[in-house]
Ligand binder design. Sequence first.
Ligand SMILES: Cc1cc2nc3c(=O)[nH]c(=O)nc-3n(C[C@H](O)[C@H](O)[C@H](O)COP(=O)(O)OP(=O)(O)OC[C@H]3O[C@@H](n4cnc5c(N)ncnc54)[C@H](O)[C@@H]3O)c2cc1C
Length: 401
Amino acid sequence: MDFSLTPEHELIRESAYRFGQQEIVPGLAERDRAHQSDRASLDKMAASGLLGVSIPAKYGGMDTDYISLGIVCEELERADTSARVVMSVHSGLHSLTILQWGTAEQKARWLPGLAEGAAIGAFALTEPNAGSDAINIRTRARRDGDSYVLNGEKTWISLSDYADQFLVVAVTDPEAKSKAAGMSAFIVDRSLKGFHSKAIKGKLGVRAGNTGSVLFEDVRVPAENRLGEEGDGFKIAMSALDHGRYTVASGAVGIVAACLDACNRYARERKVSGEEIGRKQLVQQMIANMVAGRDIGRLLYYQVGWMKNAGLRHTREVSLAKWQNCNFAFQAAHDAVEIHGAYGYCDEFPVERYFRNSRGAMIYEGTREIHTLMQAEYELGYRADKPLARMLPRWPFGQEA
Ligand SMILES: Cc1cc2nc3c(=O)[nH]c(=O)nc-3n(C[C@H](O)[C@H](O)[C@H](O)COP(=O)(O)OP(=O)(O)OC[C@H]3O[C@@H](n4cnc5c(N)ncnc54)[C@H](O)[C@@H]3O)c2cc1C
């Protein structure tokens, strides 16, 4: 086993960290307070090249390995969750899923624009009446000649108002022998007639990010925009979640690191009865727990990154990493508020934002309960993963990518 990061990894960590601190953090407290998302942050991310991480050079990507994607997510979420969410939906859920399931023509058509950031991608699975039970989605895609006609509503979609294209999962065959076998996946362009989006207001966290509903009213999608075969939709959605969960797991470590940044500073400055609070053992306990969360969390996501590089199926491992790392982040943010006392309870310090933001990640990409059940089911032998028809290309990228 080799746990060392390469000089390329260190370089990418340094540049993602610098980008986050220089381009995302300035003005963030105000944007977060005003619930204000903007396209400018996306444009900056595109200009920095970060949207092409872990995409092969032949599609205009950075050609870096999958561990690099995790490192970028960690450093971006150290700045703000909204920036990591862009990586999750654009790079994880959307671009990597096209890299895995797209035909050669589809990859050549979509990936260069996505890697460059000329087009922003998103992922639309959840519906008003189907979240954890995504198997019960109702959005319908009816074949009509050389197109599919989409009708339905998706909700809680990150980047709903900014994305140019959406990976949408819909029912193509309501009579199929199983619900999963009746679903297909499509890349839907927001410029198509009958596509609408609407932001969700009043969120607890990720306030500098955009989340909303998307509505399809007789949206005519060309058949060549179908990803995989008819009936592959549910499998494609689950593959997408393998990639998305990886970005959430690695990002969660960034929240722990940010809590440590803030608490290291504060615990050495703030004095109680003439002594730095960092000297108090119960404060040290909380700091020590954060250190454990950061370092265990890194091992969990590095393992998944390594499995991605090796072309191995990793649904169990990424579920474990996502579940545990989100718990670490939430606990760290809770303790960071504690360490800051009353100052942790207002937005003069960033820790209250970490606390609100870390809560959302325990809901999206599989709730805490869903991951708990998954882990128990794997252990008890009630769940096992079969090889997929198409796997994410291993790294270094070869001809098959
Ligand atoms: C900020 C944010 C961004 C999001 N972005 C996206 C996105 O980009 N694309 C997208 O498609 N979706 C997105 N989502 C939606 C998210 O994936 C769903 O909210 C999530 O899957 C949970 O579904 P639900 O909200 O309908 O909760 P429900 O499924 O209704 O769950 C409610 C409660 O019941 C529990 N529960 C459900 N089933 C079980 C069970 N079998 N056993 C035990 N307990 C159970 C859950 O754990 C939860 O506590 C986002 C959500 C948020 C909050």
